[in-house]
Design a protein around this ligand. Structure first.
Ligand SMILES: Nc1ncnc2c1ncn2[C@@H]1O[C@H](COP(=O)(O)OP(=O)(O)OP(=O)(O)O)[C@@H](O)[C@H]1O
Ligand SMILES: [Mg+2]
Length: 430
C-alpha cells in the first residue's frame, strides 16, 4: 500500500532561509522521486560568516518560511532536514581499524554499517558526517567497496566532518523556536554538490566551490567519495561591503550597484555607465562610474580566488591539480567570476546550476543559490531509500549467491553518505 511522506528541507544561509516541502510515496520496495509541493524564501540577518549570531532573528526567518509552506500546502511541518555550514566546520581524514568483520565468511553490508567509524569525541565538537573514502584489506589499500570480500585485517579511511556543538545547539534552538525538530543536519556544500555535480564529475575528481553570502565552502570529490572540505570566511557580503565602505554608502544601495553593474571584467562594463549609491550620512545619492564598482569586485574576486588556492594547497593527493571546479552559490552569479577563477586557479571551471527535472511544479529551481536546499532534499530522499549498492560485481562473482542472500536479508540497510545519488541519477530513474 502506498504511503505518502512529506519531507521538509531548510537551507539556513547567511543572507536568506530557503525552505521547501516535498512529497514522496513509499511502499515496501520503492520510494518515488520527490515532488516539490511548496517553496519559500525569507531574508535572514541572524547569521554572520555562517555562524548563528542571533537565535531570535534566525528563528523568525525560519518561522516565516514554515508558515508560508503551511499556507501553500495546508501541511504543518513538524521536523526538517537542516543545512549547516560556517567557519566552525572542520574536517579530518582518519584511518581506523574495523574489528569482527567477515564472521559470515565475507564482509556483509550490515557488518559494515554497524562498524561505522565513530571518531573519538572531542569536547565541544559534534560529528556531522563520517564518510568512508576507501578500505584496506590485508594490507591492500584503495578498495572502494569491500562487501562480499574476505579479510582478517580491515581498516577504513574516513572523511570526518565535525561542527561546533555550540553552533548546532543554537541552530537547534532556532528550529525549536520556529516549531520544528531537526531530522538531521546536512553539510551545505555537500548538499550543493548533490544537486549540481554529475556522476562523472564526482568520479573523475571535482571541487565544488559554493560562494554564499557569508562563506565560501569547498568540497572535493574523487572516485565518488568526499575527500576534502574547507570553509573560507568570505562571501558575497564582503563584496558588497567593499563598495559600501569605499563610498560610505548604505549596504542596500551597494548591493543594488553590485547586482546592476557588477562584472569582474572591466571592459565588459560600459565606460559611460554610472551606479547610484546612497550615502550613509545624509541619505544623499551619488553617481559613481560603474567601472570603479567593477574594479572593487574584481579585486575582491582575485583575493577570494587566492584564498581558495591557499586552502587547496592542503589537498595532498595525486593529480590534485587536474581536478575541475564547479562554482555555485549566489556569489557565483557575479558576471565574469567563473572566468576569473579559471585563470587564477589554473583549473577548468563551470557554473553549477542545480539540475532537478523531477521538480514538476517549480520549473525555475535552477538558480545556483538554490543548489543547497535541493541537495538537502536529495539527502533526505536518499535516506528513505533502502537499496544497498554493490560497486564492483567482478570482485566477488564466485560468491554471488551468498551475496544475493545477504543483500535480500539486509534490505533495511541505509545508504552511506558517499553513496547518495546525484540529481542526474534521480532524474534518470524518474
Ligand atoms: N548576480 C549577482 N552578482 C553578484 N552577487 C550575487 C548575485 N546574485 C546573488 N549574489 C550574492 O550572493 C550572495 C547570496 O548567496 P547565497 O544565497 O548562496 O548565500 P547564503 O546561502 O545565504 O549564504 P551562506 O551560504 O554563506 O550561508 C549575496 O551576497 C548576494 O549579493
Ligand atoms: Mg548557502
Amino acid at each position: 500500500m502506498n504511503k505518502s511522506k512529506t519531507i521538509t528541507a531548510i537551507d539556513v544561509g547567511t543572507t536568506k532561509v530557503f525552505s521547501l516541502m516535498a512529497n514522496v510515496f513509499t511502499d515496501e520496495n520503492l520510494v518515488t522521486t520527490p515532488e516539490i509541493i511548496a517553496t519559500s524564501v525569507a531574508p535572514c540577518a541572524g547569521l554572520k560568516k555562517g555562524n548563528v549570531e542571533d537565535v531570535k532573528l534566525t528563528t523568525s526567518a525560519i518561522k516565516q518560511t514554515l508558515q508560508d509552506l503551511e499556507s501553500q500546502t495546508g501541511i504543518k511541518p513538524k521536523s526538517a532536514y537542516v543545512g549547516v555550514t560556517g567557519s566552525h566546520v572542520d574536517y579530518e581524514n582518519k584511518r581506523s581499524t574495523l574489528n569482527d568483520l567477515g564472521t559470515y565468511g565475507v564482509i556483509t553490508p550490515e557488518e559494515l554499517q554497524t562498524a561505522d567509524v565513530k571518531p573519538e569525541s572531542v569536547k565541544g565538537r559534534a560529528l556531522l558526517h563520517s564518510m568512508p573514502i576507501s578500505y584496506t584489506l590485508d594490507g591492500a589499500d584503495g578498495i572502494r567497496n569491500p562487501i562480499g570480500m574476505h579479510s582478517d585485517a580491515v581498516s577504513v579511511d574516513t572523511h570526518v566532518i565535525t561542527a561546533d556543538q555550540n553552533f548546532l545547539n543554537k541552530l537547534t534552538d532556532a528550529c525549536k523556536g520556529a516549531g520544528i525538530s531537526v531530522d538531521a543536519f546536512v553539510m551545505e556544500p555537500f548538499a550543493s554538490a548533490l544537486s549540481t555535480l554529475t556522476e562523472k564529475e564526482r568520479e573523475q575528481g571535482t571541487l565544488i566551490i559554493d560562494i554564499g553570502g557569508g562563506t565560501t565552502d569547498i568540497i572535493g570529490f574523487k572516485d565518488s567519495r568526499v575527500i576534502y572540505t574547507a570553509v573560507v570566511p568570505v562571501g558575497g557580503y564582503q563584496f558588497t561591503n567593499d563598495i559600501a565602505y569605499t563610498y560610505d554608502s548604505t549596504y542596500e544601495s551597494a548591493e543594488k550597484a553590485k547586482m546592476d553593474h557588477g562584472h569582474t571584467e572591466l571592459t565588459a562594463i560600459e565606460i559611460s555607465s554610472n551606479a547610484t549609491l546612497t550615502s550613509n550620512e545624509e541619505c544623499q545619492t551619488t553617481e559613481v562610474p560603474a567601472r570603479d564598482i567593477g574594479r572593487l569586485l574584481r579585486e575582491r574576486s582575485i583575493e577570494l580566488a587566492q584564498m581558495v588556492q591557499l586552502k587547496l594547497e592542503d589537498l595532498k593527493m595525486e593529480n590534485a591539480d587536474s581536478m575541475r571546479v564547479v562554482l555555485t552559490g549566489g556569489g557565483s552569479k557575479l558576471p565574469g567570476i567563473s572566468h576569473l577563477f579559471q585563470r587564477y586557479l589554473g583549473r577548468r571551471v563551470r557554473l553549477g546550476e542545480p539540475k532537478v527535472n523531477w521538480v514538476n511544479q517549480f520549473d525555475d529551481l535552477t538558480d545556483p543559490s538554490q543548489a543547497t536546499v535541493l541537495g538537502i532534499l536529495i539527502w533526505a530522499y536518499s535516506t528513505l531509500k533502502d537499496t544497498p549498492e554493490i560497486n564492483d560485481q567482478r570482485k566477488y562473482s564466485n560468491k554471488n549467491n551468498l551475496l544475493q542472500k545477504i543483500l535480500t536479508t539486509h534490505k533495511k540497510l541505509r545508504l552511506s553518505p558517499w553513496m547518495r545519488p546525484t540529481a542526474h541519477q534521480i532524474n534518470n530513474n524518474s
